[in-house]
Design a protein around this ligand. Structure first.
Ligand SMILES: Cc1cc2nc3c(=O)[nH]c(=O)nc-3n(C[C@H](O)[C@H](O)[C@H](O)COP(=O)(O)OP(=O)(O)OC[C@H]3O[C@@H](n4cnc5c(N)ncnc54)[C@H](O)[C@@H]3O)c2cc1C
Length: 389
């Protein structure tokens, strides 16, 4: 039976996270180190220290790695609170792409890889990247993967070009997807590699100028130029990259939904306060039905999104993969929350598009949410295929 009641302890922790984000993190939203390419590493480290001092760093990690081993529903409750500021998840080390990468490494990495590559990310000391998307290859369709890897029995040699790689500049832990060519030693096909960002052969061509700025170091264009890696750099089994990517994506797309739900709630809070105090035509604008309906539509959407997320989380907590439900959640929540942010801009009038409030930043940052971890149309494509089967 589905039971979405929240324990007293979880509710108290949710309130503590919200208070922490409001008191300690929100003031950083006007810090000059929150650049057009996202928060700088210096800012990230300062925020991480605050979360560490508050006992709120990487709380989602499994207990054996020093975290609390949260269930998916618990994550939903706490990430929503963290998302009140787009910097909240950065501070608490539950932002993308690190959060999804930690999850994947926890499932697939061997003990040595965990020590070298996962432990420093959990500690908030290093950042990680997941390098899959390519200008002319993998994107919505990862089967188009064109970055190549060859294996001579001892070393891999990787060549190719990727873009939209979040956090590439300065990240130490690199998960790279490349297509392993036929060879006599290992199964061929899409394969994951794990290595250090300082390796010769990883070339950061540039950081892209994008409309969002909530991800540390922005999004990079990267070239692998005869990147040579030892056999130990194999992450999991050769030829299994697409399976591992799916393993990462189902929970990762839900955690995006959770964090953005928190940001949308913040935008709604600001719009509601504005509607109570700003007057037009003799009364507070909130008393005009046109405005109250916008805010009511937001309230309905926030509630529906929360339930959709919690349902997929609940299924995963029952041991189900919930791929279909997490696809539904990603497609629905990303579209609805963007509409919420848009309506908040509208309620704010002209200042809605200015940085007088954080709503403008939330609106721009949230636009990208409809694209990554599967554009809405790709999720609908998968949902439609299942419906028609
Ligand atoms: C902010 C941001 C951060 C990102 N971070 C990373 C990262 O860290 N690592 C990484 O590897 N990638 C990252 N990406 C890339 C992201 O995963 C891709 O943008 C996404 O998979 C879509 O691929 P594409 O951009 O190549 O679009 P394309 O595959 O070229 O698709 C373009 C459009 O075609 C349509 N479309 C595609 N397939 C279908 C279909 N079956 N049915 C109907 N319509 C369809 C959709 O509307 C889609 O938006 C990031 C993207 C963004 C925006």
């Amino acid at each position: 039976m589905i039971d979405f009641s929240i324990s007293t302890e979880l509710a108290a922790e949710r309130d503590r996270v919200r208070q922490f984000v409001t008191d300690k993190i929100v003031p950083y939203e006007r810090d000059s180190r929150l650049t057009s390419h996202g928060p700088t590493d210096e800012l990230r480290q300062e925020l991480v220290q605050l979360a560490k001092d508050a006992g709120l760093l990487t709380i989602q990690a499994p207990e054996e790695f020093g975290g609390r081993g949260l269930t998916h529903v618990e994550q939903a409750v706490l990430y929503e609170a963290a998302g009140w500021s787009t910097l909240g998840p950065v501070a608490m080390n539950c932002a993308a792409p690190d959060e999804g990468n930690m999850f994947l490494l926890g499932k697939v990495a061997d003990p040595e890889q965990i020590q070298t590559y996962l432990a420093p990310v959990i500690a908030g000391e290093q950042r990680s990247v997941f390098a899959m998307t390519e200008p002319d290859g993998a994107g919505s369709d990862p089967n188009q993967l064109s970055t190549s890897a060859t294996f001579d029995g001892e070393n891999f040699t990787i060549n190719g070009r990727k873009w939209l790689i979040t956090g590439a500049n300065g990240a130490k832990t690199w998960i790279i997807m490349a297509r392993l060519a036929e060879n006599p030693h290992l199964p061929a096909g899409p394969t994951l590699f794990l290595t250090d960002g300082d390796q010769q052969g990883i070339v950061i061509e540039r950081t892209m100028n994008t409309m969002d700025r909530n991800y540390v170091a922005g999004h990079g264009v990267v070239r692998f130029d005869n990147l040579t890696l030892p056999k130990a750099a194999l992450l999991g089994e050769a030829g299994q990259a697409l399976r591992y990517a799916q393993l990462r994506l189902a929970p990762a797309r839900l955690t995006h939904c959770m964090r953005w739900l928190g940001a949308a709630e913040r935008a709604q809070h600001i719009a509601v306060e504005h509607a109570k105090t700003r007057t037009a035509f003799g009364r507070p604008i909130g008393e005009h039905e046109g405005v109250s309906f916008l805010l009511a539509d937001n309230e309905i959407a926030l509630h529906q999104c929360r339930l959709t997320i919690w349902h997929a989380c609940w299924l995963m907590d029952q041991g189900e993969k919930a791929r279909h439900e997490s696809s539904i959640a990603k497609a629905y929540v990303s579209e609805e929350l963007f509409k919420v942010a848009d309506r908040c801009v509208q309620v704010l009038g002209g200042i809605g598009i200015s940085d007088e409030t954080v709503v403008e930043m939330i609106f721009r940052d949230m636009r990208a949410f409809r694209l990554y971890d599967g554009p809405t149309e790709v999720h609908k494509y998968a949902i439609g295929k299942k419906v028609l089967r």
